[in-house]
Design a protein around this ligand. Structure first.
Ligand SMILES: NC(=O)c1ccc[n+]([C@@H]2O[C@H](COP(=O)([O-])OP(=O)(O)OC[C@H]3O[C@@H](n4cnc5c(N)ncnc54)[C@H](OP(=O)(O)O)[C@@H]3O)[C@@H](O)[C@H]2O)c1
Length: 256
C-alpha cells in the first residue's frame, strides 16, 4: 500500500514515516524540503499517483492568525483536489481537541477551516483530534512569561506524548475511513497552571506561576472544559511525569 505523509519531516510526520516503513508500506515523504509543496502544488500530482492513503500532518510555518488561515485553507484545497483527481481512498488528518470551541483564536479558526474542507471534500476521511503534545507544553507555558512571573490559565488539560499520537495515527492509517472526527488524549487531567509549576520545578526554575483565568491561550481565553475531549476518546498510555523525568534525564546526559 502506498501512503503519502504530508508534513513527513515534522515532529509527528517523521516518526509516523518510520513506523509505517517498519510495516513495509511504500511511504512517500511530502514536504517542501523533499520537493513536494501543498501551497504551490509542486510535485503533488506525482507524489499522489497510485496512493491509497494520504496522511496530512503538515503545519503552518507561522502560528500568526492570517498566515495560519491562509496556509490551512490553501493547502487543504490543493491537497484534497489533487487527492480526488488521483482517486485516493482515505484522507487522514491530525487536528486538535477543542478546535470547535476556540473561534476567538486565529490558529484554531484555521484548523476548523481545515476540518470543514475535509468534511465537504467527498474524499473518505478520518480526522484524529489530539490534545496538546507534552513536547510543546513548555513552549505554551513560556508564552505566558513576563519577567519572573508566568500568568497561566487554570483550565483543565489532558496532554499527550507525541509518540502516542503517532501510534494512534498509524492505527487510523491502517484502518478504513470513519468519515468523522475521533479524539485521542493523554491518561491524566491537570490544570494548566499546575503543569507549568511541574515544568519549572523539574528545571529548577525559580520563576512564579500565577493562575489567571484571563490568561490567553493561542489568543483565546479558556473555559475550564475548552480543551477537554468528548465522551469517548481513546486514552494514550504515557504519563506526563514519566515523560518529563526521561526528558530531563536526556537533557542532562553527557554528550560523548
Ligand atoms: N502542537 C500540538 O500540541 C498539537 C496537538 C494536536 C494536533 N496538532 C497538529 O499536528 C500537526 C503536526 O504538527 P507538528 O508539530 O508535527 O508539525 P511540525 O513539526 O511543525 O512540522 C510541520 C510539517 O509541515 C510541513 N510543511 C510546511 N509547509 C508545507 C507545505 N507547503 N507543503 C507540505 N508540507 C508543508 C513541514 O515541511 P518542511 O520540514 O519541509 O518545512 C513539516 O514537515 C499540525 O497540523 C497541528 O495542528 C498539534
Amino acid at each position: 500500500m502506498k501512503v503519502v505523509v504530508v508534513g513527513g519531516t515534522g515532529l509527528i510526520g517523521s516518526r509516523l514515516v518510520t513506523t509505517l516503513r517498519e510495516r513495509n508500506l511504500n511511504v512517500v515523504v511530502a514536504s517542501p524540503s523533499s520537493g513536494i509543496n501543498t501551497i504551490t502544488g509542486e510535485g503533488l500530482a506525482r507524489a499522489l499517483n497510485d496512493a491509497q492513503v494520504v496522511v496530512d500532518v503538515s503545519n503552518s510555518p507561522s502560528l500568526q492568525d492570517d498566515v495560519a488561515l491562509r496556509f490551512f485553507d490553501t493547502s487543504g484545497r490543493n491537497l484534497l483536489a489533487a487527492e480526488k483527481r488521483a482517486g485516493v481512498k482515505h484522507h487522514v488528518a491530525l487536528s486538535v481537541v477543542g478546535t470547535d470551541r476556540l473561534p476567538e483564536s486565529g490558529y484554531f479558526r484555521a484548523k476548523m477551516a481545515q476540518e470543514n474542507l475535509i468534511r465537504a471534500s467527498g474524499v473518505p476521511y478520518t480526522t484524529l483530534r489530539a490534545t496538546p503534545f507534552f513536547e510543546y507544553i513548555t513552549g505554551i507555558v513560556e508564552e505566558a512569561a513576563d519577567g519572573d512571573v508566568l500568568r497561566v490559565s487554570p483550565a483543565s488539560i489532558q496532554p499527550i506524548a507525541a509518540d502516542d499520537v503517532v501510534v494512534a495515527l498509524r492505527d487510523v492509517t491502517l484502518s478504513l475511513p470513519q468519515n468523522r472526527e475521533l479524539e485521542i488524549v493523554g491518561p491524566d487531567r491537570f490544570r494548566l497552571n499546575e503543569l507549568a509549576e511541574q515544568i519549572l520545578a523539574a528545571n529548577e526554575d525559580r520563576r512564579t506561576v500565577i493562575a489567571d483565568a484571563h490568561a490567553m491561550y493561542f489568543g483565546a481565553i479558556l473555559r475550564d472544559d475548552t480543551l477537554i475531549p468528548g465522551d469517548h476518546p481513546r486514552f494514550a498510555p504515557t504519563r506526563f511525569e514519566d515523560w518529563l523525568r526521561l526528558y530531563i534525564a536526556q537533557a542532562l546526559a553527557p554528550a560523548f
